[in-house]
Design a protein around this ligand. Structure first.
Ligand SMILES: Cc1ncc(COP(=O)(O)O)c(C=O)c1O
Length: 519
């Protein structure tokens, strides 16, 4: 029996965990909703009684309490601190979510982002007082252009999906300017694409034509040629793709698109695997978003906002949105209005996520060109380490070939054990690991997509892999209970995910308060 009461071989039984009086498990606190603990008569502030006044609300005045919970300041702080402890984060442990790149955010970035000149800058303050902030945005833009080999960059999009929208709006404007707005209305999207790609295309009125992913996991130029026609406006192709593979026919694909009068939108969410190794501009890309929060650190998911600058080729540069920063004689200015230009307009009210810009530039400058290249190489190396170490136990859908920054497995190897990808993922939680991405990409049955961030040490990767191997052996030995009852050590057991999706309870309703001593 190990320290967590888990049987170390199939013969021993798992002890039943004793329920506690509080519902807490050790220092893992069972946190009630703020509406359940709050009282209407409690408050965290001391406000003077208002002077008496004559209400002018008449019949509109409330007759019953508003029902907001009242808590003292310490109670409020405890509630949110406890909730925050339920967050899993890259700062707490390895976060192997494929396609999501949970990147370590160096503390240096935080220090710089907190400098008052950046942290307190207001989008409406006079330009003359925001010169440093504009210089930083300009410097970051220049670095992105150097790394991608493109002509222009739109800095304002606030996430990858928002960047997709920006790039596709530039393409739409370019097509309209050619007088083909009514006829070129199809966007090609490979079957393995991230869901945001077809959603973006559809959102701005394109219809989507699927391109088969192919047996090798990459898109073939022949398949793209077969789908091309005078009605095609663009392709949205991810590179490296969502199967963790480099699109080896990308240059041929770009040529085919351009010959057919279409544009090449590249989803650059996985740029972290190729920075310093290849430039999208040299591959024939016309537009590509960069998830700053995946490639150049900056918090991601639950940790803060994102940023999705979009780089554009010379052909699309005239259609870039406003605002953008210009420099003349050492003075920075913002072009806020499109005027007579061909710009498609504006993506957001202001200029983008300043905090993300600071963090991304800090990451870029502190790494330098050689460090950025090494980060890409390390991302690919760690993913291949996972692929090779697990390759004798888990099945890979596209054979034994090198991957880029993430290793993809399917559920073929689990079939005989009568277990599913979900079972395996849930058992990882009991071992203290956030599961990998599961059931994505959709083209792979029972997909398990593992992206170990490049900053993981060999020791942490080895412990993770030993755990995965222990789980895999356990699955192959037929120890179903360990998987099908998992997670058994988490605050919540396995949820009925179908019911949660189909009949979500979105509204809390008050029930009778529990009296002390009640069972
Ligand atoms: C391939 C791909 N494209 C687009 C996106 C969307 O990016 P964001 O989450 O920043 O909107 C993601 C994010 O997971 C992705 O993996």
């Amino acid at each position: 029996m190990n320290s967590q009461g888990r049987p170390t071989d199939a013969g021993e039984a798992t002890p039943v965990l004793r329920e506690t009086f509080t519902g807490n498990r050790g220092l893992q606190i069972e946190e009630a909703l703020i509406f359940e603990t709050g009282r209407e008569d409690a408050t965290g502030v001391d406000i003077d009684e208002p002077a008496s006044f004559a209400s002018r609300l008449g019949d509109h005045a409330r007759t019953s309490p508003i029902g907001l919970p009242g808590l003292t300041e310490p109670e409020t702080i405890r509630h949110y601190v406890r909730l925050s402890r339920n967050n899993y984060s890259i700062d707490g442990g390895i976060y192997p979510l494929g396609s999501c790149t949970m990147k370590h955010n160096p503390r240096l970035n935080e220090k710089l982002a907190r400098l008052p000149g950046f942290a307190d800058v207001h989008p409406l303050q006079p330009i003359s007082t925001a010169q440093g902030a504009l210089a930083l945005i300009h410097a970051l833009a220049g670095n992105l252009l150097t790394m991608t080999g493109m002509s222009a960059v739109a800095m304002s999009p606030k996430a990858g999906a928002h960047g997709e929208l920006c790039g596709m709006m530039a393409i739409k404007a370019a097509i309209a300017a050619r007088g083909e707005g009514a006829t070129r209305n199809v966007v090609l999207v490979p079957e393995s694409a991230h869901g945001t790609n077809p959603a973006t295309a559809a959102l701005i009125g394109f219809s989507v034509r699927a391109v088969p992913a192919g047996e090798t996991g990459i898109v073939s130029a022949a398949a793209v040629r077969a789908a091309l026609g005078p009605d095609v406006a663009a392709i949205m192709l991810t590179n490296p793709n969502t199967c963790g593979l480099f699109e080896r026919e990308i240059v041929d694909i770009a040529e085919a698109l351009h010959e057919a009068g279409a544009y090449f939108y590249c989803d650059g969410a996985n740029f972290n695997a190729i920075v310093g190794k290849t430039r999208p501009g040299d591959l024939g890309v016309d537009a590509m978003h960069i998830n700053l929060h995946k490639t150049f650190s900056t918090p991601h998911g639950g940790g803060g906002p994102g940023a999705g600058p979009v780089v554009l080729s010379e052909r699309l540069a005239p259609f870039a949105p406003v605002p953008y920063v210009v420099e003349s004689g050492g003075r920075f200015d913002l072009v806020e209005h499109k005027g007579e230009s061909q710009s498609f307009g504006r993506m957001t009210a202001f200029h983008g996520q300043m905090g993300m810009f600071v963090r991304a530039l800090a990451f870029i400058l502190s790494h330098g060109a050689d460090g950025l290249r090494q980060a890409s190489e390390d991302a690919v190396l760690t993913a291949n380490y996972v692929r090779v170490v697990m390759g004798d136990l888990m099945s890979a859908p596209f054979g034994d070939r090198p991957c880029m920054h993430e290793a993809l497995f399917d559920d073929h190897w689990l079939k005989e054990a009568g277990l599913t990808t979900l079972d395996f993922a849930k058992a990882m939680i009991d071992e203290g690991y956030h599961p990998m991405t599961v059931y994505f990409p959709l083209v792979v049955h029972g997909a398990m997509l593992i992206e170990p961030t490049e900053s993981e040490s060999k020791a942490s990767l080895d412990l993770f892999l030993m755990t995965l191997r222990d789980l895999a052996f356990s699955a192959l030995r037929g120890e179903k209970e360990r998987f099908q009852s998992a997670p058994s050590l988490a605050p919540r057991r396995r949820l009925d995910e179908t019911r949660a999706a189909r009949q979500p309870v979105l509204r809390w309703t008050k029930s009778a308060p529990l009296r002390v001593g009640e069972p």
